[in-house]
Design a protein around this ligand. Structure first.
Ligand code: PAF
Length: 283
């Protein structure tokens, strides 16, 4: 696997790949890789000719300094994992390489998608995500880029970014990878205490139970039921649970035919904030 720290060296290398007619698949990450990331990389390897993974903990998308400082960094393990699946290229830039002296985010208008859910609780988060993903797309110029559906709102926002800026890349959303006990895989899981790790599968259990209620209860009633489940939980604190239409991400009170809905949740397990979501059947 080739490792590049410099964007100009990476660009020169990829220009040669493109000249050979190779299609570029891209998986942007913040490192601390797990099986979920690897599934994206393996998909890119199967579907394109040259697979590029980036590892960059993007400071402008963190609204909480402690979360940024403590974000897990496991570079050597990440390299070994990427080599084990035969990834072609790793881009591992420094903050200066990406931002020069100005470590600030651009302001974006994602037609309101940025004001829902995560946008309400993580100030400026999607400006930071938009800034880094746009910058990485400009450097890598991928044909296809892969993102996990665990960050479903991020996925929809990146699709909007690509549409608004006419970026010639196909965005692929990939299924959520879960631990055996149902907890959605996340780099942040490594920071959970033993007791919070044991408690965390409750999140997915509640999502599944909530989904079962769609036949008999409306969205408002399901939200109340979920809120009550967390009020009774000694270790997990609910930040939000909502049911929203997939396209607009606007919260729904009742289910309309022909629309797709998804439930979204954010929970504090001690100091660690976990998010998850589940597709709801339409009725
Ligand atoms: O999902 C992530 O890991 C990050 O938000 C991303 C897309 C790599 C941008 O920093």
């Amino acid at each position: 696997m080739k490792i590049f720290k410099s964007k100009s060296d990476l660009k020169i290398y990829l220009a040669e790949e493109k000249k050979k007619g190779n299609r570029i698949g891209f998986v942007p990450t913040m490192g601390a890789l797990h099986e979920g990331h690897l599934s994206l990389v393996e998909k890119a390897i199967r579907k394109t000719d040259t697979t590029v993974v980036s590892i960059f903990v993007n400071p402008t998308q963190f609204d909480n300094k402690e979360d940024l400082d403590k974000y897990p960094k496991t570079f050597e393990n990440d390299v070994a994992l990427l080599e084990s699946v035969n990834c072609d290229v790793l881009f591992y830039p420094s903050v200066d390489e990406i931002y020069d002296e100005n470590v600030i985010a651009e302001k974006f208008d994602f037609d309101g998608l940025e004001h829902q859910m995560e946008g309400k609780f993580r100030d400026g988060h999607f400006d930071g995500v938009g800034t880094i993903v746009k910058a990485l797309f400009e450097i890598v110029e991928p044909d296809v880029a892969y993102f996990g559906k665990k960050d479903f709102q991020q996925l929809q926002i990146i699709k909007k970014l690509v549409e608004k800026y006419n970026i010639p890349v196909k965005i692929k959303g990939m299924p959520i990878f879960r631990e055996k006990d149902g907890l959605a895989m996340s780099s942040r899981n490594a920071r959970l205490t033993k007791e919070h790790r044991e408690a965390a599968p409750f999140i997915h259990k509640i999502l599944k139970k909530a989904r079962k209620k769609t036949g008999t209860k409306n969205a408002k009633e399901i939200i109340e039921w979920v809120e009550n489940q967390f009020k009774q939980h000694p270790l997990l604190e609910l930040e939000y649970f909502t049911i929203a239409e997939e396209k607009t991400l606007i919260s729904a009170e009742k289910f309309e035919p022909k629309k797709r809905y998804r439930a979204f949740i954010a929970v504090f397990a001690g100091k660690i904030r976990l998010i998850d979501n589940i597709r709801f059947k339409n009725n």
